[in-house]
Write a protein that binds this ligand. Sequence first.
Ligand SMILES: NC(=O)c1ccc[n+]([C@@H]2O[C@H](COP(=O)([O-])OP(=O)(O)OC[C@H]3O[C@@H](n4cnc5c(N)ncnc54)[C@H](OP(=O)(O)O)[C@@H]3O)[C@@H](O)[C@H]2O)c1
Length: 326
Amino acid sequence: MMTNQNNNGSTTATENNNENKRRRNKRLLQRSFNIVGCVAFVTGTNNPKGMGRAFVNALLREGAKTIYATVRNNDKIHQLDDLVKSSDGRVVVVVLDVVTDIDTVRTLGIQYPDVNLVINNAGASFSCDGGNTLELDPEKAKKEMEVNYFAPLRVVQAFASNLKKTTSSSNCENDDKNKTNKKKSVRSTNNDDDESEIDNYSSASAAALVTVASILSFRNVWATGYGCSKTALHYLTDAHRRDLGGDDNEYNTLVIGVYPGAIDTDMNAKYEYKKYSSASVADELMIALKEGKEHLFPDPYAKKHINDYLKRSNKTLQQQQQKDII
Ligand SMILES: NC(=O)c1ccc[n+]([C@@H]2O[C@H](COP(=O)([O-])OP(=O)(O)OC[C@H]3O[C@@H](n4cnc5c(N)ncnc54)[C@H](OP(=O)(O)O)[C@@H]3O)[C@@H](O)[C@H]2O)c1
């Protein structure tokens, strides 16, 4: 391959090569997040069996400094009484309806400037009984978009300055160790790469954003209104990753999409199928935060269906491509 600089300012093969190496190096790094000492904001935490509550419990166990736990209205504050009492001041209840309290949502970043982990968990389903698009009630579908898509969007925008982090984690006790490990692992696989470029990137994120979408973001079988809102949320999560922690921007925030399948909470209490515990989802999320895993399919149902989806969509796309080529 020719590597000489050309005279008209266009990109040379060497430059292309270096850019490819730079991107490859960046992709090698995981944006792990240190839970110890972090300050979290978790929406929808009132239900004892819910995932929001399980996330709060897991964060407490893992050493978070403070957890702002939201409930929708004053009537529900008492549901967190025991948790608050036993948390030694680390759980702080915030009353917030993520759909109707829009003015409060806008000021979240100012009210809670120390937050460096946002978990958009609050969600709802109003149309789970049917999937027939011809019978879908647009008003219910709109309400689902409000709570499952627009509310998380607003929350993230409100916390934008908390989440736009370029540096490595300040609360990370093992930060120096992490940097050394990172350099070693990159050097051992890319002997000819530019090390000064590698040193500019840290594997420890100072902030993290978690979005609770659904396996229905990928699996189009029923609950069309809810599924559409969760699919929009999945797209939004990928877009947040592009804007806050992607390979091509300056920020280093870990963005995780969580795609549960069948979890034993009030939301799907009326369904008889096998369900998995909220605590198991929370355990998986703690691991994902520590390991910088960006897509989490936490239960066996979700894992099975994402694998089926990937196999099927690859096959369908391949067949279509082959037809197009012929
Ligand atoms: N359970 C599953 O199998 C499953 C599967 C895939 C995805 N998910 C998603 O997982 C998340 C947690 O759900 P869950 O299963 O743990 O059910 P859940 O216990 O019903 O949790 C939903 C939480 O969101 C809150 N919420 C709803 N609308 C709100 C609003 N406008 N403002 C503030 N909070 C609001 C609820 O508060 P109230 O109690 O006051 O309504 C509740 O605390 C949701 O986003 C859900 O869509 C669940």
